[in-house]
Design a protein around this ligand. Sequence first.
Ligand code: S3P
Length: 179
Amino acid sequence: MDKLEIMKIALCGYMGCGKSTVSQLIASKKGLNFVETDLKIEKQENLSISEIFTQKGEIYFRKQENLILKNLLDNLDESVLSLGGGTPCYANNLQMLKETQDLKLVYLKLTAANLTNRLWSETHQRPLISHLSSKELLDEYVRKHLFERQYYYLQSDYIIDANDKSAEELSDEIINLFY
Ligand code: S3P
């Protein structure tokens, strides 16, 4: 495919890997729309992600995530899409992403140790890890969970080593893949 034809980029990766910040930077630098699945779900439900998990449960969240992704991909124009950390790992989400014409899926890959360091100060905002009361427990959780999820993340079109790089650097690296 001609580099210039690719105008749809979806960023995936574990919680805390920087998907949202990097996606927004790419979108603003290239004049593309920025879309975030979590924000769409929050808007639709008029609840935060944490509230959806506590009030309606994770299964409900995953169902909405799948429906919103389908709707987004069916109507997507030139955009940078920031996915939730679990999005490619549930239902037919990865398949839908892979089958969307002109869309390239990019995995922001960080080590479990770096993810743990980033996530430790913000566990309370994240329903999947809010119960973990020590950094050791968080580290153990992230290692196991990342191991399970890498199977999906690694099917991305591009795998970017995001360790020790700023969001600015990562946005430029991704832009250089396509433009
Ligand atoms: C989740 C990650 C979150 C959000 C939800 C579930 C996950 O998104 O979708 O809490 O399963 O990893 P971020 O990766 O943007 O934090």
